[in-house]
Ligand binder design. Structure first.
Ligand SMILES: *[C@@H]1O[C@H](CO)[C@@H](O)[C@H](O)[C@H]1NC(C)=O
Ligand SMILES: *[C@@H]1O[C@H](CO)[C@@H](O)[C@H](O)[C@H]1NC(C)=O
Ligand SMILES: *[C@@H]1O[C@H](CO)[C@@H](O)[C@H](O)[C@H]1NC(C)=O
Ligand SMILES: *[C@@H]1O[C@H](CO)[C@@H](O)[C@H](O)[C@H]1NC(C)=O
Length: 497
């Protein structure tokens, strides 16, 4: 509270929802035009939903499908033996289709599918609350198209995949719930489904798991301010992915906002919103473009537990692939899945849980700041800082999440170091004055018995033991080498022979 960031974020939300509560001026300036009711816009009569089909990955114009005009199916190259993926955009602040659409079209076209766009731009380029109202109408338009396809060319609804971004996610939901027949749409993907005016509403008023056979959602910008968040926070799908906790995304800096505003004017604010909100789209595109580097999400109750590495289990469908190739099982209720990502594509990281068992035999208060370097069969890492918060007061096992940007293969060695030189100097002096040289000092350090590691991506569990079993004590500035316990016990056996 009281942080200087507060004002811009409030402004951000004002722009997003263009709420009258934000005052007159705010909603108008960043875009250099007025949003007054009198502004000339396409009237509602003109406004319509258009359906475009794309022939190849560089096709930007698209070909318009028209209901009750079966010949347009052929003209647009609709292939009835391939599934249909329809992209549905969100609220528009400038009346233009956004660039990510073409990127997503291109990425989807790498798969054997019909790729289309629900163009409802004239209905989306409205005051936010009007655009929200329009989502229902557009959803019904989409439903009408799909029912016509089912009737005219026996196209199965289960072969339909709607991908809706922001408000488009709820359009998809309304399309699904408008299907009155016995068949459901195959899949709906919500990309950071919009929050304002949808959060906390009943399932029939937003995207929900009932709207398709399978519903997945990626939540990327649910940071809450003034009780509102741009993306919806609550789970609304069978699998709800929360990359980096879902609140905000790496590489989308709020901290730089003032500098950004100074350089780019208030437009910087829209860029900042777009960065985290649109990240959902880019994560999805990444799943198509780097299909050999898929990100996995892990079921967890909240980000706190996830950050302790407590949730890296894949048992009983607890983990799933994020994006296009997600596993479509929809048993049980909605699952919240968490993962860490990089700041740019390829977004995938490798998740590890480290469980470190300490026995604290020191008496002096020492700040426990450690680093760890990992060596694997395919590579190694730089020093990874480890801060355990409050001091190590008892025989405690600490659990933490460590993520690596690259694949180091199977872990073979851990170098664990107690940093903190300054404090050690004090302790060392004390020890020196009490203990004469040559005598083992009574002063004892920390004992690290074992380090247990679980790799989320491979589900492999490993236990590491000190390489030198004769010297278990860890003192400040010291580094200890840990190897796989199995390796150690083999060596010990050899030694004893
Ligand atoms: C893609 O489709 C467009 C529109 O039909 C066409 O003009 C263009 O030549 C096609 N490009 C490729 C690479 O096939
Ligand atoms: C339609 O899709 C099927 C299945 O992917 C494919 O074998 C066929 O070649 C496609 N037809 C055309 C005209 O592209
Ligand atoms: C070990 O325990 C002592 C006594 O409780 C405490 O003062 C010290 O800070 C602890 N050491 C670490 C590394 O946490
Ligand atoms: C910690 O564990 C060691 C060895 O297992 C034991 O001797 C010691 O009493 C324990 N200390 C505490 C505070 O539990």
């Amino acid at each position: 509270m009281g942080s200087p960031l507060h004002a811009p974020i409030f402004l951000v939300l004002c722009i997003f929802i263009q709420s009258s509560a934000c005052g007159q001026g705010l909603g108008t300036e960043p875009f250099g035009r007025s949003y007054g009711a009198t502004e000339a816009r396409k009237s509602v009569q003109e406004a319509e939903t258009r359906f475009l089909l794309f022939k190849n990955e560089s096709d930007r114009l698209g070909c318009e499908l028209r209901l009750q005009r079966p010949e347009t199916l052929q003209e647009c190259g609709f292939n009835t033996s391939q599934p249909l993926v329809m992209i549905i955009h969100g609220w528009s602040v400038d009346g233009l289709l956004e660039n990510w659409i073409w990127k997503l079209v291109g990425a989807l076209k790498s798969r054997p599918v019909n790729v289309g766009l629900v163009d409802w731009i004239s209905l989306a380029y409205q005051h936010y609350s009007v655009a929200v109202r329009n989502t229902r109408v557009v959803g019904q338009d989409v439903a009408a198209l799909l029912l016509w396809l089912e009737e005219s060319v026996k196209f199965s609804l289960s072969d339909v995949h709607l991908i809706g971004y922001s408000l488009g996610a709820h359009v998809s939901g309304f399309a699904g719930s408008s299907m009155s027949g016995k068949h459901k749409i195959g899949r709906i993907t919500g990309l950071d489904p919009a929050g304002p005016m949808f959060e906390g509403t009943s399932p029939s008023d937003r995207l929900s798991p009932d709207d398709a056979n399978f519903v997945d959602a990626i939540h990327t910008f649910t940071r809450e301010h003034m009780g509102l968040s741009v993306g919806i926070k609550q789970p609304i799908a069978h699998y709800d992915f929360y990359p980096n906790g879902g609140t905000f995304q790496p590489g989308c800096y709020f901290l730089d906002l003032y500098k950004h505003i100074a350089e780019h004017g208030l437009n910087a604010i829209t860029q900042t919103i777009k960065c985290a909100h649109e990240r959902s789209v880019h994560l999805f595109i990444d799943s198509l473009q780097h299909s050999n580097q898929q990100s996995i999400g892990f079921q967890c109750s909240d980000m706190d537990s996830f950050s302790q590495g407590l949730c890296l289990s894949c048992k009983k469908g607890r983990c799933n692939t994020l994006g296009y190739d997600t596993r479509m099982d929809w048993s049980g209720k909605s699952k919240k899945l968490f993962l860490i990502t990089r700041a740019q594509a390829p977004f995938r990281v490798f998740h590890y849980q480290f469980k470190i068992q300490f026995i604290n035999q020191t008496e002096k208060p020492v700040e426990p700041t450690f680093t760890m370097s990992l060596l694997g069969t395919k590579g190694d890492t730089k020093k990874i800082p480890i801060t355990l918060g409050e001091g190590i007061t008892s025989n405690k096992t600490y659990s933490l999440l460590i993520t690596l940007d690259k694949d180091v293969g199977e872990l073979v060695m851990i170098k664990f170091k107690w940093e903190n030189r300054a404090v050690w100097a004090n302790v060392w002096n004390t020890v020196q004055t009490i203990m004469p040289w040559g005598v083992t000092p009574h002063y004892s350090g920390l004992v690290l018995k074992t380090i247990c590691v679980k790799a989320g991506e491979t589900q492999q569990r490993m236990t590491f033991c000190p390489e030198n079993v004769d010297d278990l004590q860890l003192h400040p500035t010291q580094e200890k080498v840990f190897v796989r316990c199995e390796v150690n016990s083999i060596r010990l056996k050899r030694k004893s022979r």
